[in-house]
Design a protein around this ligand. Structure first.
Ligand code: GDP
Ligand code: IMO
Ligand code: MG
Length: 420
């Protein structure tokens, strides 16, 4: 059985958490491959909403194994809080969750450095979630990181002190006030909890599960346009969010990959700074935000909203090799008389499909207008019962991208999902 990958095609928050939870019954293993507590993956069932940051979204399915891969950066304090808020007792969760020894740790000083760097940038700030992601991946790449496997070393305390002192030296150059002690308490409690969990070289575990015929779903975080290589750098996160990230973030070979499920919202949102060609700074944008409850699952910040951007989807399909599209939040578009879809960009008077390298390039979206629909579709479970104009919207996207839309989501609940 090949390994399937599920990831976001836009700027994150496409609805990955919901769909991983929905698809989990089809898999034996759900493995998160990159990112960290900057992610906020929401899922909803039995009228309760859960938000996950580090823990894979298959965790609520009792008989599934969840793996936090080596590509993830893990903050023990966030991990502890999340485990405690999940519901099932720790003894139960220990059976369902394994963590890679090679996952890098986010230290309390990484969070402080993140905040200091952003503060220094002023109006050029990235709009980071301030969870310490950038500094933790920086230390990983510069070979200065501490990893989950290190917590079992006898001299772990010393290692921690050494790393922290190095960070404090850097922080001396910044006029930035912080309280390290407050962070440290929760962090060390998190380390204690982490020691109770199975930590191992999960690349072997995954290889054995794969070889034994188990079905594995790799869960992405963020979105393609936030990828450190292919997003609107520097307004990106610090990891590879694209499908290739599943190989490096789990230790699986490209030969093992099967489907690449690309998730997108029926419109677009972005949190934080950076280019957003179809952004609507008007009452339509405000309406999308209000109807779609577009506020960040991690930081609560209002999300920027705009029309669907097909050059972005086509680009994301190129770099990910998307085999199937899943369209989310279709219900939010009910009630618009007409819907605009950006089919290409006009840059310097020239029509193009390519996303410019230059973040400051003046992009004029070229729109096609499609007729909207009035009906509330949140109760529909059958594709053929969807309004004709919504089916037209979906078919337009399929023609424009060349990739089939095989799931249409019509509400946040598990059940509000239409399979084609
Ligand atoms: P993720 O980061 O990709 O997992 O997405 P988030 O959880 O950050 O944001 C998606 C938001 O949309 C969450 O509040 C979900 O509960 C909600 N959601 C997901 N799918 C749908 C849908 O089809 N319709 C509506 N109305 N809400 C949805
Ligand atoms: P999920 O997995 C949306 C954005 C931040 C910021 C930039 C860098 O829930 O889709 P970072 O904290 O990584 O230094 O922030 O990336 N960002 C996200 N936006 N969803 C996410 O994750 C995000 N993770 C990071 O807002 O603009
Ligand atoms: Mg999110």
């Amino acid at each position: 059985m090949k390994i399937d990958i599920l990831l976001g095609l836009q700027w994150g928050d496409e609805g990955k958490g919901k769909i991983v939870d929905v698809l989990s019954p089809e898999y034996d293993v759900i493995a998160r491959f990159q990112g960290g507590p900057n992610a906020g993956h929401s899922l909803e069932f039995n009228n309760v909403k859960h938000v996950l940051h580090l823990i894979p979204s298959g965790i609520f399915h009792r008989d599934k194994l969840n793996i936090i891969g080596n590509g993830v950066v893990l903050d023990p304090a966030v991990f502890k809080k999340e485990i405690e808020e999940l519901g099932p007792p720790v003894e139960e969760l220990i059976k369902r969750l394994v963590i890679s020894t090679r996952a890098n740790l986010i230290l309390p000083t990484h969070r402080i450095l993140d905040a200091a760097y952003e503060h220094q940038k002023g109006c050029l700030k990235i709009g980071s979630t301030l969870k310490g992601i950038g500094p933790a991946y920086t230390d990983k790449a510069s070979r200065n990181g501490l990893r989950v496997g290190d917590i079992n070393h006898l001299n772990f305390q010393e290692l921690y002190k050494e790393h922290t002192e190095n960070h404090l030296l850097i922080l001396k150059n910044y006029n930035f006030a912080f309280d390290l002690k407050e962070y440290e308490r929760g962090w060390f409690e998190g380390i204690e909890l982490l020691r109770k969990f199975r930590t191992e070289n999960t690349e072997y575990l995954l290889h054995n599960l794969y070889s034994g015929g188990k079905k594995i779903l790799a869960e992405g975080a963020q979105g393609t346009m936030l990828d450190v290589d292919f997003g609107s750098y520097p307004f990106v996160t610090s990891s590879n969010t694209i499908s290739a990230g599943a190989c490096t973030g789990l230790g699986i070979s490209p030969k093992t990959i099967g489907e690449v499920f690309g998730i997108f919202k029926a419109y677009c949102t972005r949190v934080g700074s950076g280019p957003f060609p179809t952004e609507l700074n008007d009452e339509t944008g405000e309406l999308l935000r209000k109807k779609g409850c577009e506020f960040g699952a991690t930081t609560g910040r209002p999300r920027r909203c705009g029309w669907l951007d097909l050059p972005v989807l086509r680009y994301a399909n190129i770099v990910n090799g998307t085999t199937k599209l899943f369209m989310m939040k279709s219900d939010i578009l009910s009630g618009f008389k007409t819907l605009k879809v950006c089919t290409s960009y006009k840059v310097g008077g020239r029509i193009q499909d390519e996303i410019p390298f230059d973040n400051n390039a003046k992009i004029e979206p070229v729109y096609e207008e499609l007729p909207g629909w009035e009906e509330d579709i949140s109760g529909v479970r059958d594709y053929d019962r969807l309004p004709e104009n919504l089916r037209g919207y979906i078919e337009f996207i399929e023609i424009q991208t060349g990739v089939p839309v095989s799931i249409v989501s019509v509400g946040p609940d598990r059940k509000a999902t239409i399979f084609r």
